[in-house]
Design a protein around this ligand. Structure first.
Ligand code: SF4
Length: 327
């Protein structure tokens, strides 16, 4: 039995499409402890959103299907829980902040009423108490005049205000795990920083854990305890923030770091050439082989073995084996 708050083991998730089986997640394993902030970083289509939406049971099945693996939450196997059974987890145990607040909020309902619905579903309170809790939360996320904000419709608010409402809604039932799927992508840079600070502040206040998904390593620099780098449906490197930023092992991680803008260095950003693999026909060997500047013959033929550098730092790359042979 696992002692972790959330434990995902060898998760495989596929989509049945007209063209064939898309293997979106291919053997992903990770854990999350209470109070921890974990980030999953990778390009679009690498499987990060599918991983967390599978945990939350937000993907319709079919076409999605958990092929194998296990998801354990507080020692209970929730891998194949029905949608109905999962309703008692969503909102109360797990909550989600989506990327696009405009399409995630109901445009026909005032934001206060949307918040009250979630609170009434999971807490034994009257409607009046739910309204009070909503107003308090809207105030806590930094929206002035929360009673008035509660009466507004989403389209009358700015992107930053809507994202604050989403955070207030996500925290309304004091979830144990907050999933944040690219929560700052649609916002400008100054609002991004405010929203990240707010997520950190609310996490501390509510004593929650956070899993943050992003394609931008710069976003997670000061926020996360551990980082998972995903590529081609797999975790190619995992480590603490220091290990990933100061001692990256995988060529893809190094490529992502070269794409992070650093105003102190006047170097040009270096994009990673090429595009991710087609997961309808995933490569037999390393998924990064077609874009890797250090690729070898073995990389195309066999999946790289995982090398462990510390209790938190692991990397799946043949370079380590090649260096050992040379050494
Ligand atoms: Fe590059 Fe080979 Fe390492 Fe893959 S296994 S990242 S292709 S060196």
């Amino acid at each position: 039995m696992t002692n972790h708050l959330l434990d995902v083991q060898d998760l495989h998730v596929s989509f049945d499409t007209h063209a064939g089986e898309v293997q979106a997640v291919r053997g992903v394993s990770f854990w999350l402890d209470a109070g921890e902030t974990l980030s999953i970083v990778g390009e679009s289509g690498c499987g990060k959103s599918v991983t967390i939406q599978t945990i939350m049971k937000l993907l319709p099945s079919p076409p999605s299907q958990i092929k194998s693996g296990a998801i354990t939450y507080q020692g209970t196997d929730i891998t194949h829980l029905s949608d109905k059974a999962m309703e008692s987890y969503r909102g109360k145990e797990f909550s989600m902040i989506f990327q696009d607040s405009m399409t995630s909020l109901n445009p026909t309902m005032r934001v206060g009423r949307q918040m009250c619905e979630g609170i009434l579903r999971h807490q034994r309170v009257s409607r009046q108490e739910a309204q009070q809790i909503s107003a308090e939360l809207l105030g806590q996320v930094g929206l002035p005049n929360p009673e008035l904000v509660a009466k507004r419709y989403p389209h009358t608010m700015s992107g930053g205000q809507r994202q604050r409402v989403m955070i207030a809604m996500a925290m309304a039932c004091n979830p144990k795990i907050l999933f944040a799927d690219e929560p700052t992508t649609a916002l400008d840079v100054t609002i991004q920083a405010q929203v990240l600070d707010l997520i950190r502040e609310m996490k501390e206040k509510m004593n929650s854990s956070v899993i943050m998904i992003t394609h931008d390593l710069g976003v997670v620099a000061s926020l996360c305890d551990r980082i998972l780098i995903m590529y081609g449906g797999k975790i190619v490197e995992s480590g603490s923030d220091r290990e990933i930023f100061y001692d990256p092992k995988h060529p893809y991680t190094r490529g992502l770091l070269q794409c992070v803008h650093n105003p102190e260095k006047k170097e040009k950003l270096k994009p990673i050439a090429g595009s991710p693999p087609d997961l309808l026909k995933p490569p037999a060997g390393c998924p990064f082989v077609d874009r890797c500047p250090e690729a070898m013959k073995v990389c195309k033929l066999y999946m790289p073995e995982v090398t462990t550098y510390s209790a938190t730092h692991q990397c799946a790359c043949w370079l380590e084996e090649a260096n050992r042979r040379k050494g």
